[in-house]
Design a protein around this ligand. Structure first.
Ligand code: SAM
Length: 252
């Protein structure tokens, strides 16, 4: 990391944070001491997943760390993305979670639609959710974020329509669209108060079903294009995240 910043970062959820003396779990110690080879007195950074970051020093005995004061929060981006991602095959969803986190997504909801191929056995949901949120935390750590996006349980298209009725929203659609997603985002970012949530849905490999597109139209949710090329669902998700970040000045 640039300008003398520490490059070893550790996620300690806010609920577990006990500044100024922080006990290190066995997993924390494994990462700091065995993986990153820190020793007593070495500096690192703790982030709490809710925007807080703290300078930290490994204590003698390697069981605890001493935390400094919470650092000032970075200013929120103009737009904050809530991505409803048409359920792809599980490894693709994990790729989308990782890349969306690196690109600043605030919340991700796996979207179960008619053509979604990623079906989930309810028994396996708790373990899957834990894995997805762990992937998000690791991507936040690696990319320097101090907040960790929430990966929520899979929800259906009706839940998306309800959610979209309460925020600036759009269906990202490769068919007959009303405009471009970029124009939609640029205009909103220009007038939005920082942290304005935008709710965007990307279809699965098989696309949105006609009745889903019609339902979005009837609900007044704009259908917006990413241009001429037909992108794979995971590509479209990454492009959507990058466009939201670009509209918010996140690449400057
Ligand atoms: N109809 C597509 C096809 O013929 O392969 C299937 C859907 S596409 C693979 C997956 C999703 O990515 C779409 O549902 C849409 O949300 C998004 N997408 C891909 N290309 C797009 C584009 N040019 N404009 C808007 N959305 C796009």
């Amino acid at each position: 990391m640039g300008n003398g910043e520490v490059d070893v970062r550790l996620f300690v959820p806010l609920a577990r944070l006990t500044p100024p003396r922080q006990s290190l779990s066995a997993e924390d110690q494994g990462y700091l001491v065995r993986v990153r080879r820190l020793r007593a007195g070495d500096p690192f950074e703790v982030f709490d997943g809710k925007g807080g970051r703290y300078p930290a020093i490994v204590d003698a005995g390697l069981q605890t760390a001493t935390l400094g004061p919470r650092q000032p929060d970075t200013a929120p981006a103009a737009l904050s993305l809530e991505l409803w991602q048409g359920m792809p095959k599980s490894d693709k969803l994990e790729l989308v979670i990782q890349k969306a986190t690196e690109l600043g997504v605030a919340r991700l909801v796996p979207l179960v639609t008619r053509h979604a191929v990623g079906r989930l056995d309810p028994e396996r949901l708790p373990k899957r959710l834990e894995r997805w949120n762990r992937i998000a935390a690791e991507a936040a750590r690696q990319s320097g974020r101090s907040d960790v996006p929430d990966i929520l349980p899979p929800s259906g298209f009706d839940a998306f329509l309800t959610r979209a009725s309460g925020a600036p929203a759009a269906l990202v659609y490769e068919g007959e669209a009303e405009g471009s997603l970029w124009a939609f985002l640029s205009s909103r970012a220009a007038h939005a108060s920082p942290g304005t949530i935008v709710v965007l849905a990307v279809g699965p490999e098989g696309g949105f079903a006609p009745e889903e597109v019609d339902a979005a139209r009837r609900a007044g949710i704009p259908l917006l294009s990413l241009g001429e090329r037909i992108l794979r669902t995971e590509t479209a998700a990454i492009v959507v995240c990058a466009l939201v970040l670009a509209a918010s000045g996140g690449f400057e």
